[in-house]
Write a protein that binds this ligand. Structure first.
Ligand SMILES: [Ca+2]
Length: 566
């Protein structure tokens, strides 16, 4: 048990919350409605976690999978903001106003802000008696300044409590836009959370566990919805040294070795078909110049995921301790595929990053971190560095794990975050709900999408999806409830759509039509070739035409604009 865990536990104990919860009167009946805990991680590939074939140690997620249900064909939108917009609203991201990222691009479907014609899951569940909590990354508003406006922050979009970041990335030791409710804080000046060593992943887990304890003390008769949005394992590769040490030497065999192992395990686990071919290899380990540094990038990435898994264990343990685990529906999913971006990997990056930091005075406890990425300084005033001259992990570094490890993360699929081939959009989805999922460990092959999470939450909560909210008309939900799959029932066949940065796709039944901007359409038979190795477009022109016109009708309906935006 790392020392920091004891410190965190001491902190929770010091709050006296355990004692409050234990002193609840025996008559306080828990709610009959299920609690819902929606956990999402950031920038991880299809096969990173253990129960999806990865070599990274994730025993807590694996246990949820063993006692729950795993989807083999669940999809996100290929990118942070649009995924969060679609997840929170049950609409396609363009309909929610987040067609791209957090800038106003001049079209209503690209305002970089959730609009008023959608509701968040929290807003939809509150009228059904739910308390609502969130910890972690928000990233669905372009308004991130401490002085506001804050109308699209979590507290104003249906969450009773919020601890986390408004913006989409940043240092794990000093995240920009860290907030408690509507107030900016720093890792040093938060009166409610004072760990010995601040690490954002731990902070997200600890505060989620704290909200569960507080809920049981404050409103045990009500159900709750909690959204836990980790920033692990988005760059920068930041993790506590003791966690990284567990993975020392574990990635020395190079990219192809781990891809081959994952490919084999995915088949053994039944998550992919025996006959599918492995996508192309990215990177040749023999030609890597800084092998120790390159392996270290993946060691830190693994440590980030391991630490997140421990946090999920903490949250599950708290649910169990409060006696509500059996009637809590837990979801785990990822917001987009492994990330090939080259953040901080250029060997000459420090020429700019270090010289730009003139003022090296340490930051005061109340001083907000003004910057998402370098040039920036640590809280003790040192310039943050990148490139192979520093080993990733500590707060003085800012490095992504790069394309070749992302290719490992996305095994066996093609492409990465940003693209809508399977490597960009495929995510694990684990559903855990002991009272309702009675055939534990099962795999579900139904294609599903983020938009289905809203429909599922509304369904299991006995809520009503609104047609109007605060005087605004609300667009009809796009997704379908996944609840039938908990009882082994099939979902009705429908088409699922993607658009991000001109990358386009539609999936209907076994067919997927997909295009990598600015290229043409490719057609794949997902039953026989989910790794997208054999383009059948020229063999089935009628299917191409049919799916293409479906996609075009959808694009028009949800407000997709041609890429690049004008
Ligand atoms: Ca992401």
């Amino acid at each position: 048990m790392p020392t920091s865990n004891w410190t965190r536990r001491d902190f929770l104990k010091a709050l006296g919350l355990g004692a409050v919860a234990m002193s609840l009167p025996a008559s306080a009946e828990p709610s009959a409605k299920p609690n819902i805990v929606l956990i999402m991680s950031d920038d991880m590939g299809f096969s990173d976690i253990g129960c999806y074939g990865g070599e990274i140690n994730t025993p807590h997620l694996d246990r949820l999978a063993r006692n729950g249900l795993r989807f083999t064909q669940f999809y996100n939108t290929a990118r942070c903001c649009p995924t969060r917009a679609a997840l929170m609203t049950g609409l396609y991201q363009h309909q929610a106003g987040v067609g791209h990222m957090m800038d106003d691009r001049g079209f209503d479907s690209y305002r970089g802000n959730l609009n008023n014609n959608c509701v968040t899951i929290a807003e939809a569940l509150q009228p059904a008696g739910y308390r609502t909590y969130m910890t972690g990354k928000w990233h669905v508003t372009r308004h991130t300044k401490p002085e506001g406006p804050k109308f699209n922050w979590p507290r104003q979009r249906g969450f009773d409590k919020f601890y986390g970041t408004i913006i989409g990335a940043g240092s794990f030791y000093d995240p920009m836009t860290l907030c408690r409710d509507n107030t900016y804080i720093t890792p040093e000046n938060d009166p409610e959370y004072k760990p010995e060593n601040f690490y954002y992943t731990d902070a997200i887990s600890d505060n989620a566990a704290k909200y569960i304890r507080e809920h049981q003390a404050e409103a045990p008769e009500q159900p709750f919805f909690m959204y836990v949005a980790y920033t692990a394992a988005h760059w920068p590769m930041h993790a506590p040294e003791e966690e990284i040490a567990k993975y020392k030497g574990k990635f020395d065999e190079g990219y192809a070795h781990y891809r081959a192992e994952r490919f084999k395990r995915l088949k053994e686990l039944g998550l992919i078909d025996e006959d599918w071919e492995l996508s192309d290899q990215a990177g040749d380990w023999e030609k890597v110049k800084h092998k120790e540094w390159e392996a270290r990038c993946m060691e830190v990435y693994a440590a980030m995921i391991d630490r997140m898994d421990q946090g999920i264990g903490l949250i599950v343990a708290e649910l169990r301790r409060q006696g509500v685990l059996d009637n809590t529906l837990i979801f785990f999913l990822q917001d987009n595929g492994g990330c090939a971006e080259g953040m901080g990997r250029n060997p000459r990056v420090n020429e700019r990053w270090v010289s730009a930091i003139k003022d090296r005075t340490p930051m005061g406890p109340d001083e907000l971190q003004p910057t998402l990425w370098p040039p920036m300084k640590t809280r003790d005033g040192q310039p943050v560095k990148g490139g192979p001259e520093v080993m990733p992990g500590p707060d003085g570094t800012y490095i992504g794990y790069g394309r070749n490890w992302a290719n490992v993360s996305n095994t066996p699929f093609r492409e990465y975050k940003h693209w809508v081939h399977e490597g960009g959009i495929s995510t694990p989805l684990i559903c855990h709900w002991p009272e309702k999922i009675k055939t534990p460990g099962r795999l579900c092959n139904e294609p599903g999408h983020l938009i289905d999470i809203m429909a599922t939450c509304v369904d299991v909560a006995g809520a009503t999806y609104p047609t109007e909210y605060k005087g605004h008309a609300i667009q009809p939900a796009e997704g379908v409830s996944l609840a039938p799959t908990f009882a082994k029932e099939a979902l009705k066949e429908r088409a699922i759509y993607w658009e991000h940065e001109g990358n386009r796709a539609v999936r209907q039944g076994k067919w997927k039509l997909v295009s990598k901007h600015p290229g043409g359409w490719e057609l794949y038979d997902m039953d026989n070739d989910r790794t997208e190795q054999h383009d059948l477009a020229s063999q089935h022109p009628e299917k191409v035409d049919e799916l293409k016109s479906l996609w075009e009708r959808w694009a028009e309906r949800v407000g997709v604009q041609p890429w690049p935006l004008k």
